[in-house]
Design a protein around this ligand. Structure first.
Ligand SMILES: Cc1cc2nc3c(=O)[nH]c(=O)nc-3n(C[C@H](O)[C@H](O)[C@H](O)COP(=O)(O)O)c2cc1C
Length: 310
């Protein structure tokens, strides 16, 4: 955390963390698709559990906001009921809430043993009702699968989230799964993993546009993630409606100074196109854009964080 905090990021998100320790998936966990600037992963969220990890958040240097990504436990009980899963997420959230600047509740992971439980809005409602009991005082983001082409699903989801004032924003993510090479390479078992990086970039930008059109822009922030690797990508994501951008795979390929390069490049692009602020850029490429009170991303995090935003 202390190293990542010095690389030029506005905030960092650690995780995923579950209430109990989890060994993650067995076998090959990640392959790089170098020509495609992409990665296929099936880690299955290995982590030491919230009790072991919370003290590390406590003793971190307070340089930039640090969030935690929480998830339910992926070990042992693939047949867990939705109520058990929701209890588990709420437990991990409660254990970490006091030691971080924000929480991302991750019901997006496609690599869980029991499959996806949160395609059903009713299950998301059960989760949000449970989290509501915690009455979170710090920003909470929901990270979830984008249901491509299903705008009715999105409308229903967004309608549901209006009932919970503690939700700060959304991190939708494209789920694209790929076989990880021949089954023969993995003892006859065909392993599949989720794709990140350039292969999901175009779909991710479309997704950001779709969400921005439909969401309550004055109330919720949208985090763009999926294949962003250049300042131009960041510019496009913000213009499509993102308040934040989140990267992972491009740092694997481009190295640790990518955030700095993105910042500098973004400043140049904004200067060249006469855009005065990120707030003015946000959503400017989307039909129906109106200038007006836009969400102040700094305030979302500053409200809870003792950190100085850089
Ligand atoms: C090796 C690896 C591990 C990841 N682990 C998590 C995780 O634990 N929780 C999570 O919400 N997303 C996880 N992700 C997804 C990223 O946070 C991000 O949403 C996704 O990779 C798309 O962004 P990118 O194309 O910039 O990588 C992981 C991605 C990679 C490549």
């Amino acid at each position: 955390m202390n190293v990542l905090s010095r690389l030029g990021f506005g905030a960092i998100e650690m995780g995923a963390v579950s209430a109990q320790p989890c060994a993650g998936n067995a076998g090959c966990r990640a392959i790089r698709l170098v020509d495609d600037r992409s990665v296929v992963t099936r880690y299955g969220v290995p982590n030491e559990g919230a009790t072991a990890i919370a003290p590390r958040f406590k003793r971190r240097e307070r340089l930039i906001p640090v969030g935690v990504n929480v998830i339910w436990n992926n070990s042992g009980n693939p047949g867990a009921s939705i109520h058990e899963i929701v209890e588990d997420i709420a437990l991990a959230t409660g254990q970490l809430l006091d030691d971080v600047d924000y929480v991302t509740v991750n019901f997006a992971c496609p690599n869980m043993k029991g499959g996806s439980h949160f395609d059903e809005i009713d299950n998301i409602r059960i989760l949000l009702n449970k989290l509501d009991e915690l009455q979170p005082k710090i920003p909470i983001f929901l990270k979830l699968k984008h249901h491509e082409g299903d705008e009715a699903w999105l409308d229903e989801f967004l309608g549901l989230t209006r009932q919970y004032p503690w939700i700060s924003g959304f991190i939708p993510i494209i789920h694209m799964m790929l076989d990880m090479g021949d089954a023969s390479a993995h003892g006859g078992k065909q392993l599949r993993g989720s794709v990140s990086g350039a292969l999901i970039k175009d779909a991710s930008l479309d997704m950001v546009r779709t969400w921005y059109r439909k969401m309550d822009r004055d109330r919720h922030a949208l985090v763009a993630t999926g294949g962003l690797s250049s300042a131009q990508d960041v510019y496009n994501a913000i213009a499509a409606g993102a308040s934040f951008v989140q990267i992972f795979t491009s740092m694997i390929y481009e190295g640790p100074f990518i955030a700095r390069r993105m910042h500098r490049g973004l400043m140049e692009l904004m200067r060249d196109s006469g855009v005065e602020s990120v707030a003015a850029l946000r959503g400017s490429a989307v039909d129906g854009f109106r200038v007006g009170p836009s969400i102040n991303t700094h305030q979302i995090i500053k409200a809870s964080s003792p950190c100085k935003l850089t």
